[in-house]
Design a protein around this ligand. Structure first.
Ligand SMILES: [Mn+2]
Length: 332
């Protein structure tokens, strides 16, 4: 009979949490935090509070997205440099620098919970499982293994992380364990429909104006196997949106028949940010992103280049096509 494959280290995880009793613990995620990052931060805050620590939520330089604010409850988010914490816990953050400039001055944090294949395991204790669908899945699994009773708000935060990082339980990272844990979270009060409504039916209207421009910009390459959309600084200004509103756009071209890799290239702070998605973990987009000093997961990666996209485009498309061809050669 098949059994759920749990993550190792649950006992060690809780023993570290208990060691943090009486301490001020900064909980940090990555720049431009998504549902998994915020969900994992909140759940860690709840766990550490139960262990008698004082959790402090860190937010590097941006805001919590509108559709995630409701899970943050009465936690205040502070700039990491204002925390004066005794110890730091990082979640959903593959590379310490993704937590911003503040991280440059930090020595090794006490704990990391992460699932980015390109991750660097930079903490003293790394709960690092690239096979996990979400950082929240790791935390949920530890709670499940130790049969910790958790309150509804913690379950909800973890469910948000899992549902967002799995594309509503659709990506290749979704396995029996993921669904099992989601059901356990639902048993603890997480409400799948309410979460869907709050997270996915709460988009600002401006985002759709931006989306129209993104869809109008789509270009197909390599016989329709690669599809790239472009959003410029001008688009953000004219539609009243920001780079945060590009969240999720890259997934649309991936749904087109024949497209193996979709991408979005958008202007951010004078640089070009590129996010890529594929339909197949064997395509190893993480290895492609590493060539441009980026990272992520097998099927979802991002990197930044200093050139304007129009200048970078030929190099990018050639490299991506070569990467895809190499894959197709090996999997004939
Ligand atoms: Mn994640």
């Amino acid at each position: 009979m098949n059994i759920i494959e749990h993550f190792s280290g649950a006992e060690q995880f809780f023993s570290i949490c208990e060691q943090l009793k009486g301490k001020r613990v900064g909980i940090l995620g990555h720049l431009h935090p998504d549902g998994d990052c915020i969900g994992a931060q909140i759940a860690m805050g709840d766990i550490l509070m139960r262990c008698g620590a004082t959790p402090l939520m860190g937010l590097v330089e941006d805001r919590v997205a509108m559709n995630l604010q409701w899970i943050t409850r009465n936690y205040d988010f502070l700039k990491p440099e204002e925390m004066a914490a005794d110890e730091y816990v990082f979640v959903d953050c593959g590379v310490m620098l993704r937590a911003g400039d503040f991280a440059k001055k930090l020595s090794k944090p006490i704990m990391l919970i992460d699932h980015h294949i390109s991750g660097e395991k930079f903490a003293r204790n790394n709960f690092f499982y690239p096979e996990a669908a979400a950082a929240c899945e790791i935390i949920a699994d530890f709670l499940e293994q130790t049969k910790w009773t958790i309150a509804e708000p913690t379950a909800t935060a973890l469910y948000v992380g899992i549902v967002t990082d799995t594309g509503k339980f659709s990506y290749s990272s979704t396995v029996a364990r993921t669904l099992f844990l989601a059901s356990q979270l639902a048993l603890h009060g997480a409400d799948p429909h309410r979460i869907f409504v709050e997270v996915y039916q709460n988009e600002p209207r401006e985002k759709f104006v931006l989306m129209k421009r993104f869809l109008a910009s789509l270009k197909f390459h390599a016989g329709g196997t690669i599809c790239v959309g472009r959003v410029t600084e001008q688009d953000f200004i004219e539609t009243g949106t920001t780079a945060d509103d590009t969240e999720g756009l890259v997934n649309f071209p991936r749904t087109i028949s024949g497209v193996r890799i979709s991408a979005i290239a958008y202007d951010r702070e004078g640089k070009t940010r590129i996010s890529l998605r594929s339909d197949d973990p064997m395509l190893r987009l993480d290895l492609f992103a590493a060539k441009f000093f980026g990272g992520g997961h097998f099927c979802a990666v991002a990197f930044t280049v200093n050139d304007p996209y129009e200048k970078f485009e030929p190099t990018f498309i050639d490299a991506l096509q070569a990467h895809l061809n190499a894959f197709l050669e090996n999997h004939r």
